[in-house]
Write a protein that binds this ligand. Structure first.
Ligand code: XMP
Length: 514
């Protein structure tokens, strides 16, 4: 794709993906590369602009990440953020030192001079600061354009060379006018036209997929999650029946979810493709009988998925491509993009099947962030209920049933979860809460219903707000909503006589129960 592009060079900052996402919100395509990427590679990409991220180091120390001075002499606009700003000054002959006062949090920045970066930005603007080093002297030919009470150089520029350094983090939402600043950089300073739009992406991807696949056959494991569904939609639009999707119903899906997936992608749905639904419920329940240990359960569910998928693939025979719903954060977090440590390898259910006969992998969503995947899904006409589906773990309800999984328990948690979701939606909270679901504890206790003694299970309700799923807080759901859910679950779901609300944050808890 001949796409105008801005490059983020990552120095290990925690906000690297955020920088790229904000740039893309300005309709400019953006990719993240490690500072270890050599200058020739960067040049070959012909970026319209370069952004240097923050990072945890001190740029004046010997082993700290750095970059060759040539980067600033290419004639390509460069914006340094936090560590990136300090490094720019350091490399170009300014001075960076430990600051007498560490700045952290929301800070008032005073813009002293007109600057292309601050067009339409208020004279005094709240920005997010997080640094212990500071620029004590700017590099030659730089002009200071903003300061704070404790930081003499909050922003500096060399307008002739299009070099900009800012000490704070415009990518963080706490920087109230941060998006405007990034917009000013990519659209005005770099001169990007803003051609990155999801309708274009969809059109271009369809053409690219056709070119790449030719008259080949493609196989996709469809989970019903957002990523694989959007991948299926895109591939179907591009190559129709050359695509076969295998959807394994492992009996651990939410209530009616299997049928919903089939409605959209099956023979009576709107997409042209071969859809195979494998009803493997009984097979899974048999494998899981008597197994209580969470990791073992996960392993069985993952392995069984691969076995079922392989069996189907064998029936289909050799294919040219295996499609995967990998998205950009998977690429970055696998250490292939930015500088972040390998946080997790691709978490597509259980890894790659060993014995599927394919020549190549095709990953049509590899360049997209999650919110972009959703936009692409809407462009493709995939129903909102599917596009805005919550993250659902590969092992499904298997890790939301504590202890042994049985068909009876699956039914209980499906019903309870459906009621919970319905009431949350009725209260208008469904898009406000990060992730919420019901789980089945392994606890049974005594209750009374009518005149009868009961000895039944307890359901736990979970709802968390989270930015990145690495940390989370329990959501504050109005008490009357929780009460309504409790009373409906106890009245409508056989086998439950108690409902708990889980207040645990992450850490120390995890979002899922197992
Ligand atoms: P935890 O429980 O680790 O969950 O706090 C964090 C997020 O990851 C999801 N999750 C998974 N997703 N396969 C997945 O695809 C898994 O095995 C898995 N385990 C947890 C979880 O739903 C939450 O969004």
């Amino acid at each position: 794709m001949d796409q105008e592009k801005v490059i983020v060079i990552d120095f290990g900052g925690q906000y690297n993906q955020l920088v790229a996402r904000r740039v893309r919100e300005c309709n400019v395509y953006c990719e993240i590369y490690s500072y270890r990427t050599d200058i020739e590679t960067i040049k070959a990409m012909q970026p319209k602009g370069i952004i240097l991220t923050g990072g945890p180091n001190s740029c004046y120390e010997a082993d700290s990440p750095t970059y060759t001075r040539e980067l600033f002499e290419l004639g390509i606009p460069v914006l340094g953020l936090c560590y990136g700003a300090q490094l720019m000054m350091h490399v170009l002959g300014g001075k960076v030192e430990k600051a007498p006062v560490r700045e952290y949090g929301k800070t008032e920045v005073v813009v002293d001079q007109a600057s292309p970066l601050f067009t339409d930005v208020s004279e005094k603007t709240i920005c997010w600061m997080s640094h212990f080093d500071y620029i004590s002297k700017t590099a030659p030919d730089f002009k200071i354009v903003a300061h704070t009470a404790d930081c003499p150089v909050a922003a500096a520029e060399n307008k002739e060379k299009n070099l900009y350094a800012i000490q704070f983090h415009p990518e963080v939402l706490h920087t109230q006018e941060g998006t405007k600043m990034l917009y000013n950089f990519v659209r005005s300073v770099c001169g990007c036209a803003g051609t990155w739009r999801m309708d274009h992406f969809v059109e271009n991807s369809i053409l690219e997929i056709r070119k790449k696949v030719g008259d080949g056959k493609v196989l996709l494991a469809l989970s019903g999650g957002v990523d694989s569904s959007v991948a299926a939609g895109l591939l179907s639009k591009a190559i129709g029946k050359q695509l076969t999707c295998v959807f394994v119903d492992h009996g651990l899906l939410r209530k009616d979810e299997g049928d919903e997936v089939e409605q959209v992608f099956g023979a009576n749905g709107q997409f042209d493709l071969n859809f195979i639904r494998v009803n493997a419920q009984e097979r899974y329940y048999k494998k899981l009988a008597g197994v209580e240990e969470p990791e073992r359960k996960r392993k069985i569910i993952g392995e069984e998925f691969i076995r079922v998928f392989e069996e189907e693939a064998k029936k289909i025979g050799a294919v040219d491509f295996l499609a995967q719903g990998t998205i950009y954060p998977d690429v970055v977090e696998s250490g292939l993009g930015g500088e972040s440590a390998v946080i997790k390898s691709h978490h597509n259910v259980g890894g790659l099947p060993d014995y599927v006969d394919f020549k190549e992998i095709i990953e049509p969503l590899r360049d997209l962030f999650k919110d972009e995947v959703r936009k692409a899904g809407l462009e493709l006409g995939i129903p909102e209920a599917l596009v805005f589906r919550q993250p659902f773990p590969g092992p499904g309800l298997g890790i939301r049933i504590i202890g042994e999984v049985t068909a009876e328990k699956v039914k209980i948690v499906q019903e309870a979860d459906a009621i919970y979701r319905e009431e949350i939606a009725k209260a208008g909270l469904d898009r406000a809460i990060g992730q919420y679901f019901a789980a089945l504890t392994n606890m049974r206790s005594v209750g009374v219903m009518g005149d009868e003694r009961t000895y039944d299970y307890a359901v736990a309700l979970r709802a968390v707000n989270t930015v990145d799923f690495m940390t989370a807080e329990a959501a504050e759901i109005p008490f009357e909503v929780l009460q309504k859910v409790m009373s409906r679950i106890i009245n409508e779901v056989k086998g439950v006589n108690r409902v708990f609300y889980d207040l645990t944050s992450k850490p120390p808890g995890t979002i899922e129960f197992e």
